[in-house]
Ligand binder design. Structure first.
Ligand code: FAD
Length: 368
C-alpha cells in the first residue's frame, strides 16, 4: 500500500509501526477503515533490528505470529531478532498496510472532535489516535551514571550490539533482568565480567525445544488467560508484574556463575568516577553496561491527554476520559503477555472493535 494514497481526515492514525501498530492495522484493514500508520524508522521491523546482534526470542515461533500470518519458522525454534524484523516487514507488505516511514510524531493534541499529529512541519488529522510507540521508549539510567569517569565506556542495553564495542578490561553489567543476564554471559567470553543486581526470580525449567513443546504452552496459557485483568489473581498480579523485573528465562544465575561471571549486589552510587556497590565495594572497571530497563516517554503528547505525563485512565488501552484516544502494546494492558508477540494480537482485535468508525471514507487502503 502506498501511504500517499491515504489522505483527508483519517478515521484512525496509529503512531508507531512496530508489532502492536501492525496487528491493529491488520484488523482495521479487515474492516476497510481509512487509517494511516506513522513510524519514525526507515523500515518496518527496525525496532527489532536495532537490538543486540545475538538476541533470540524467548517465545517459540509457534506463538510469535501476528493475526492472520503464522511465523514462518520451525514452531519449536526461537527466532533471531532479524528474523522477527523481516517477518514484521513482510507482514506489513503482505497486508498492504499504509505506513508512512521516517515520520517521528513530535506532537499529538486534540482539536474539537479530532486529533492532530505533527511531524517536521507536516500534520495529520484523525478522529481516533492510537499510541503504539512501544515500552522501550527511553532508556532508564540512574542519575549517577553521569558521574562515571570519562575513561569508562558506558552503554545502555539499547545501545549494546556486541562485545566488539567494548574497551579491553573488566565489564560491569548493571541490572540482572533478562537483558542483563544474556549480555553478561555474552561479554564474559571476552572480558572479565561482573553483574550487579538481584534477579526477580528464575523460571524453574531449562529453556529450549523441550520447554517450547511442553512447558512454554502452559506458561503462555497462564499469561494469556489467567494473569489478565479479567481474573482476581490477574488484577492482583498486574501492579507487581509491571513493577518487577521478569524472572530470568534462558540464562540463569547458575549459568552466569559457570561462565565465570561474578554476581554482585546492586550499584548504589558513583564515587571518584567509579561505581560503588551496596556493600561498599568500589569497582575498577573499563566498561559499564546499564541493563536497567526503560521508561515511558509521552513528552510529545499534549499533557491534557495524559495523567501527570503518564498513561491516562484507560481500560484495555481505551482512554476513559478522552474519546477516540487509545494506547496499545503497553505492559499488562490486559494480560501478562500484552507487550509481547503472543499477546498483542488479541489486544489489537479488542481495540479494533472499540475504535469508533468515521462516517466518511475518502480513500480505502487497498490490499496488494
Ligand atoms: P516497538 O517494537 O518498540 O515499536 C514501536 C515503533 O514506534 C517503533 O518503530 C518506534 O520507532 C516507533 N515510534 C516510537 N515513538 C514514535 C513517534 N513519536 N512517532 C513515530 N514513531 C514512533 N517479546 C516476545 O514476544 N518474545 C520475546 O522473546 C521478546 N524478547 C524481547 C527481548 C528484548 C531485549 C526486548 C527489549 C523486548 C523483547 N520482547 C519480546 C518484547 C516485545 O515483543 C517488544 O518490546 C516489542 O518490540 C514491542 O512492540 P511494540 O510494537 O509495542 O513497540
Amino acid at each position: 500500500m502506498n501511504s500517499s494514497n491515504v489522505s483527508g481526515m483519517l478515521d484512525t492514525m496509529i503512531i508507531g509501526g512496530g508489532q502492536a501498530g501492525l496487528a491493529l492495522g491488520h484488523h482495521l484493514q479487515e474492516q476497510q477503515r481509512h487509517f494511516l500508520i506513522l513510524d519514525e524508522n526507515p523500515r518496518t521491523g527496525d525496532a527489532w533490528r536495532q537490538r543486540w546482534d545475538s538476541l533470540r526470542l524467548f517465545t517459540p515461533a509457534k506463538f510469535d505470529g501476528l493475526p492472520g500470518t503464522p511465523f514462518p519458522a520451525d514452531p519449536l525454534s526461537f527466532p533471531t531478532k532479524d528474523e522477527v524484523a523481516d517477518y514484521l516487514e513482510n507482514y506489513a507488505t503482505g497486508e498492504g498496510l499504509p505506513i508512512l516511514h521516517g515520520t517521528r510524531v513530535e506532537r499529538l493534541w486534540r482539536e474539537a472532535d479530532h486529533f492532530v499529529a505533527a511531524s517536521n512541519g507536516r500534520r495529520w488529522e484523525a478522529r481516533n489516535a492510537v499510541v503504539a510507540t512501544g515500552v522501550s521508549q527511553a532508556p532508564k539510567v540512574p542519575g549517577f551514571a553521569a558521574e562515571l569517569a570519562p575513561s569508562t565506556l558506558q552503554l545502555h542495553s539499547s545501545g549494546y550490539r556486541n562485545p566488539g564495542q567494548l574497551q579491553d578490561g573488566p565489564v560491569l553489567v548493571v541490572g540482572l533482568g533478562n537483558s542483563g543476564a544474556e549480555i553478561a554471559l555474552e561479554v564474559s567470553r571476552s572480558h572479565p565480567t561482573t553483574v550487579a543486581g538481584k534477579p526477580g526470580g528464575e523460571l524453574p525449567l531449562k529453556h529450549g525445544r523441550a520447554a517450547a513443546r511442553y512447558a512454554l504452552p502452559l506458561i503462555r496459557f497462564l499469561g494469556m488467560h489467567v494473569l489478565t485483568l479479567g481474573t482476581p489473581v490477574g488484577r492482583k498480579a498486574a501492579p507487581v508484574f509491571t513493577a518487577r523485573a521478569t524472572p530470568l528465562i534462558r540464562t540463569k544465575t547458575r549459568d552466569l556463575a559457570a561462565a565465570g561471571v561474578r554476581l554482585a549486589p546492586r550499584v548504589a552510587a558513583v564515587e571518584d568516577g567509579k561505581p560503588v556497590l551496596e556493600d561498599g565495594t568500589r569497582m575498577e572497571v573499563a566498561n559499564v553496561i546499564w541493563c536497567t530497563g526503560f521508561r515511558d516517554d509521552f513528552s510529545w503528547i499534549d499533557p491534557a491527554l495524559l495523567d501527570g505525563g503518564a498513561l491516562p485512565r484507560q481500560h484495555r488501552g481505551v482512554a476513559l476520559d478522552t474519546p477516540g484516544l487509545f494506547f496499545l502494546g503497553q505492559e499488562f494492558l490486559y494480560a501478562a503477555v500484552s507487550a509481547t508477540l503472543p499477546g498483542v494480537g488479541r489486544d489489537a482485535r479488542y481495540m479494533a472493535a472499540k475504535i469508533p468508525r468515521l462516517g466518511r471514507i475518502d480513500v480505502l487502503p487497498m490490499r496488494q
